[in-house]
Design a protein around this ligand. Structure first.
Ligand SMILES: C[S@@+](CC[C@H](N)C(=O)[O-])C[C@H]1O[C@@H](n2cnc3c(N)ncnc32)[C@H](O)[C@@H]1O
Length: 205
């Protein structure tokens, strides 16, 4: 989906994701978001980077509990909504296909989180982005990614067959087995939790 469509979606994004979520692609949306937040304890003062922050659906609760939120997104309108909710947050307009923005290269984060954004970049860009993100993580920190994800390529194919009419060929869903293997080769530890028939949480350290 291009930037313009996200700009248009920003106005009613919260309303659209607040509706009941069943089946591909949003099955388990709330559970995966909760699972991401559950990794973050003693939230107050934690510095958290939200990749593809959108309107702040994932990190708003953490912001309210006292976390310091930095968000990046390539949609100006999405960032405007996030700023309304999190006025003390710091936001950068940036395309994640271009890696980590220069402005945050010298920052260090306790957690780097993302929900339903990484499927917009191809596997190579995902791998590059995650390995560079590790460089700006504090010692002991975690990268936690929630998205449409499958443990195996067979799992993805099964879901695709079931939802053939709705399947989006232009999105790049996580096949955890494959991505974790590549991340392991780069020296990163990776675990995947399958939460619903088409959503999972990847934890990288
Ligand atoms: C489905 S929304 C998810 C927003 C939020 N994380 C959530 O869970 O509600 C995807 C977000 O990723 C952003 N996005 C998509 N592709 C991107 C890219 N290449 N670089 C930066 N942001 C991107 C979109 O603008 C949008 O805000």
């Amino acid at each position: 989906m291009n930037r313009g469509r996200f700009d248009k979606w920003a106005g009613n994004y919260d309303e659209s994701v607040s509706k009941g979520r069943e089946g591909y692609p949003f099955e388990g949306y709330y559970e995966v978001l909760d699972r991401v937040r559950s990794f973050i304890d003693n939230v107050r003062g934690k510095k958290i980077l939200d990749i593809g922050v959108g309107t702040g659906f994932l990190t708003y609760e953490l912001y309210e509990e006292g976390a310091e939120i930095v968000g990046i997104d390539f949609s100006k309108e999405m960032i405007e909504k996030a700023k309304e909710k999190m006025p003390r947050g710091v936001f950068f307009l940036h395309d994640i296909n271009e890696g980590i923005p220069d402005e945050i290269c010298n920052m260090r984060f306790d957690f780097i989180v993302s929900s339903y954004a990484m499927h917009h970049v191809d596997d190579e860009s995902k791998l590059n982005f995650i390995t560079s993100a590790k460089e700006i993580l504090r010692e002991g920190g975690k990268i936690i990614i929630a998205d449409v994800a499958f443990q195996t390529a067979e799992g993805l194919e099964k879901c695709k067959t079931k939802h053939m009419g709705d399947w989006d060929e232009k999105e790049y869903y996580i096949v955890a087995e494959k991505l974790c293997k590549e991340l392991n080769k780069c020296g990163l530890q990776c675990d995947h939790l399958q939460i619903s028939s088409c959503a999972g949480v990847l934890v990288v350290r």
